[in-house]
Ligand binder design. Structure first.
Ligand code: PLP
Length: 454
């Protein structure tokens, strides 16, 4: 149908006239034009200029099972024909929502038996933040309200999510609700100075403790953190960090929320980043890889400590979304999780990620502008640096990253830049041959970047 309509449309003009984009400088967009993605299969995107681009980001970290999967299309159409929609408010449910809640609780860490559905990662986060406050209110401690997050944290774009995150530009634009604070992120490469990664991991965790003592534990509801800070630059905490955070949250009776929106469903080579790092959360927020992005769906998981209070003591929780437990999204998620299991994509991410980092190190590691190639499973980053030895950043942070990203796309590889850190997170279906090609394209793009900035 769309194909029939395609001819003669000036997509650039029409998009510019009516489409307001997320996270976009529209003046710049109108000057430079928009990239029209028309189709995709496997790890490849196609645009309206006839370019075939390897998607090194799996969309926005979400297309775990790869593009163009007919099994997911069939799961959606089958459910859509049977029951396209009904809500889960007011003591109603549907089959896919029940089965999916069960499935998620089976793959989640022990003690996570209850799942709340929403549409986006932001809504899952918003739900967890609200739930943390409701939990303490129910227990007679309504003053426990403050949420501690981290600089460079990203927890979505609702007003609460933006306030919990550590993106200053988002705070400046209305994402600055009261009772949210941020502390130092466990970003050793950028902030570790002369400390060893292990020392810095402990140091960064103790910053949380310091903040709790400053605010008074009796005023703090929760600490929220991504197991690996994704949008902030794929910041992988040193191994000393999360065990210390576990200890601190337990000691001061602070709820721990793991924002697994990127890490969840296999990206780290485990089902959850929580499994990889041994985090002991009370709530987990998940989305993205749950449906591989084929339909919008998120899930907020509660452990029994939280769920028992919400279920047995709170009474009615005045919270929910029209599309909570959407039957078609849930049916697609069930099929998607089956694919991740049957094709061993979760455990496969460990070896594939190691191979990708090895190939990237061979391809670009010796360039003077490359400071570090890091990753866990199939999520990773390459630091661009003005001085390899001292880990010095370029002046006008973000300029070189943008140059590199443009070279990557020109060479057929979609990567993303945060500041001067290049990020990657390809579909978990990526093959060895595609990994070789990924590295070869990165080599050309990074060499061209070096030629531009040397
Ligand atoms: N939390 C994390 C860790 C994310 O990376 C994101 C999105 O990238 C979100 C929350 C928000 O998810 P959504 O864009 O689906 O609202």
């Amino acid at each position: 149908m769309l194909d029939d309509l395609n001819h003669g449309i000036d997509w650039q003009a029409l998009d510019a006239a009516h489409h307001f984009h997320p996270f976009t400088d529209h003046k710049e967009l109108h000057e430079q034009g928009v990239r029209l993605i028309t189709s995709a299969e496997g790890v490849y995107l196609h645009d309206s200029n006839g370019n075939k681009i390897m998607d090194g980001m799996a969309g926005l970290w979400c297309v775990a099972a790869g593009y163009g999967r007919q099994d997911l299309v069939e799961a959606a159409t089958k459910q859509m024909s049977k029951l396209a929609y009904y809500n889960t408010f007011f003591k109603t449910t549907n089959e896919p929502a029940v089965l999916l809640a069960q499935k998620i609780s089976q793959i989640a860490p022990e003690g996570f038996e209850h799942v709340f559905f929403a549409c986006s990662g932001s809504e899952a986060v918003d739900s967890a933040l609200r739930t943390a406050r409701v939990y303490w209110q129910t227990l007679g401690k309504p003053e426990k309200k403050i949420i501690i997050g981290r600089e460079y944290g990203y927890h979505g774009s609702t007003t609460l999510g933006a306030s919990a995150g550590g993106m200053k530009d988002m705070h400046r634009q209305g994402g600055d609700m009261p009772n949210f604070v941020q502390v130092l992120p466990p970003y050793w490469y950028g902030k570790g100075g002369q400390m060893s990664p292990e020392e810095f991991g402990l140091y960064a965790a103790k910053e949380v403790e310091k903040k709790i003592l400053e605010l008074g534990a009796e005023n703090v509801a929760a600490f929220i953190g991504e197991p690996i800070q994704g949008a902030g630059g794929v910041l992988i905490p040193p191994e000393t960090y999360w065990p210390e955070i576990n200890r601190i949250c337990k000691q001061y009776d602070i709820l721990l929320i793991a924002d697994e929106v990127i890490c969840g469903y296999g990206r780290t080579g485990k089902w959850f980043g929580t499994d990889y790092f041994g985090i002991k959360p009370d709530m987990m927020t998940t989305a993205k890889g749950l449906t591989s992005g084929y339909l919008p769906l998120s899930a907020m998981l509660m452990n029994n400590r939280v769920a028992d209070v919400l279920i047995n003591e709170t009474g009615e929780y005045y919270h929910g979304f029209t599309y909570s437990g959407h039957p078609v999204s849930c049916a697609v998620a069930l099929k998607n999780l089956e694919i991740l299991e049957n094709e061993k994509l979760v455990e496969g991410a460990t070896a594939k990620g190691a191979l990708l980092r090895e190939k990237l190190n061979e391809a670009v590691g010796d360039l003077p502008i490359v400071g570090e190639v890091r990753g866990v499973g199939l999520i990773g980053a390459i630091e661009l640096t003005a001085d390899k030895r001292t880990r010095k950043f370029f002046e006008k942070n973000g300029r070189v990253g943008a140059i590199c990203r443009d070279h990557c796309i020109r060479n057929g590889l979609m990567m993303r830049a945060t500041r001067d850190t290049m990020l990657f997170s390809p579909p978990l279906t990526i093959t060895e041959a595609e990994i070789e090609l990924f590295a070869a394209m990165a080599k050309k793009a990074f060499e061209a970047t070096y030629a531009d900035v040397r």
